[in-house]
Design a protein around this ligand. Sequence first.
Ligand SMILES: *Cc1c(COP(=O)(O)O)cnc(C)c1O
Length: 231
Amino acid sequence: MTTDMPFPSHTPDVNANLTEVYKRLTAACNEAGRARDEITLIAVTKTVPPEIIRQGLEAGLRVFGENRVQETKAKWPELRKDYPDCAVHLIGPLQTNKAKEALMLFDVIETVDREKLAAALAREIEKGAPSRPVYVQVNIGEEPQKAGICPREAVGFAALCRQQYHLNVIGMMCIPPVSEPPAPYFALLTKLAREAGLPRISMGMSGDYDIAAQLGATHIRVGSALFGQRT
Ligand SMILES: *Cc1c(COP(=O)(O)O)cnc(C)c1O
């Protein structure tokens, strides 16, 4: 299934890229007075074939992000056999009819973005699917085309997920608008997560993870800086 995936023909040097990412992350932490180990690097492996993911695993990466249920099902069961201690986060949109599959496949679901999905997850957990830690996805820039709870409803929605649906909500995640400086959006997500009493904050991608780290991220999601441009 991986052979038809678009991917650059040259092989990325994951080890060298990882060293670069750690370097930039450490510099950002130093500047912000944060400890480097407060931040977990989530290696985003959507469209990345297993043989390249293995380079990341060999380099020590253990936390990964994927955005599709089907692709994860095709790649990760095999990889997990060799690396049972790795964790895969769902960072893409989830349809309610795939709630059960997602709970079976992923260790963390970062994209709880509507009540209907919270209800579907709760129903499957009640029926025996494993309960997983979840994050509330916030549409931090209030963009009409983007998924997520709008900022002014995010704290209340996290409480609803906990109280009414008994979900194990542990964090918030966001994807800020692409064409604007991300800093104010990162700062807002951190404020909302603190207000909601949630310890985890997932924000920052290849272009801006250092800024996210300075503004409170506990998890950064980095793909192309590690594995090369997706085509
Ligand atoms: C693809 C993706 C990333 C990683 O993006 P890069 O710019 O390649 O680092 C992070 N978060 C989400 C939700 C994504 O879909």
